[in-house]
Design a protein around this ligand. Structure first.
Ligand code: RIB
Length: 287
């Protein structure tokens, strides 16, 4: 089977800083690196490195050829990435000494994906494939409804979080993944906690505390792995990509989530985004 990912592709400009700058504060950065990033691209790379066949749907500008080449190098099928007359998206990421981050995304090409392009790409999807998207692109609702009508399994990673969009998509989802803060915000918007949402499987990630799966058999906690975190950027995306790769391979949810927890723990020990996502052999060797 395959995973179809409608997702953002960013050039990540990562700056090492002593702490996250406060409003009005000017700081010296001690390092600047450019990585392939974007929540969508990170998930595609994670799922591909976990062994899945991933078809990424998205858009870059003429300046973004390197991002597509890099996705391809990492095993992602890039035939459904189109080039548009808008600059490729980029992110400015501050990573502080304690591993925390702050991110600003300039959406660029991610928000002008042509509807015809999406439709054309999805004609090749097959019943039983997975479809996933996040919130850094346009066309989420159209894509989710189309994927649902085609008999795909539909996943939504609700980041960057928007309670209104997330609430409107709930009826079409098989799988929803969000973090603790987002789960609280969604509860305020819907009046329902994760266990009561009308979605078969809901996963709430808890950072260094692991994750909780709210599924048909109730609530199951997934333990975290204690590591020395140097950069948490992309860890959630790695978790989602690995989970979907496991599900696409037919693994039970709990098994997929346990492997994803290992992959994201390993990810936070590394500086960078898509370029440093561990592969399955590294994850399996990690305990
Ligand atoms: O989740 C991490 C990602 O958020 C980064 O790669 C950055 O591009 C932003 O989209």
């Amino acid at each position: 089977m395959a995973i179809w990912n409608l997702g953002g592709i960013n050039a990540d400009h990562v700056y090492a800083v002593p702490h996250i700058p406060a409003p009005g504060e000017t700081l010296d950065g001690s390092d600047h690196s450019v990585y392939l990033g974007g929540k969508g691209a990170n998930m595609s790379v994670a799922a591909a490195r976990a062994g899945a066949h991933v078809r990424h749907i998205g858009a870059v500008g003429k300046d973004g050829k390197w991002t597509v080449n890099r996705l391809m190098e990492y095993g992602v099928d890039t035939r459904a990435i189109t080039t548009v007359d808008t600059d490729t998206a980029h992110a400015i990421i501050f990573v502080a000494n304690d591993g925390e981050n702050a991110i600003m995304v300039y959406p660029g090409a991610n928000r002008v994906i042509p509807a015809d392009h999406l439709k054309q790409a999805l004609t090749q999807a097959q019943t039983g494939d997975w479809f996933v998207c996040q919130n850094e692109v346009n066309l989420q609702e159209k894509a989710i409804k189309l994927a649902r009508d085609m008999g795909l399994n539909v996943a939504y990673a609700a980041a960057p979080f928007d309670p209104v969009i997330t609430k409107s998509l709930l009826p079409y989802l098989d799988f929803l993944i969000l973090n603790e803060v987002e789960a609280d915000q969604l509860k305020q918007a819907t009046g329902e906690g994760p266990a009561d949402l009308p979605v078969k499987d809901v996963v709430v990630t808890l950072g260094s505390k692991g994750a909780t799966w709210f599924g048909p058999n109730g609530q199951i906690d997934i333990a975290s792995h204690k590591v020395n975190a140097v950069d948490t950027t992309g860890a959630g995306d790695t978790f989602t990509g690995y989970t979907l790769a496991g599900l696409d391979r037919g693994q039970p949810m709990e098994q997929a989530l346990k492997t994803a927890a290992k992959a994201s723990a390993l990810m936070v020990t590394r500086s960078g985004t898509a370029d440093v996502i561990p592969d399955l052999a590294e994850v399996q060797a990690f305990s």
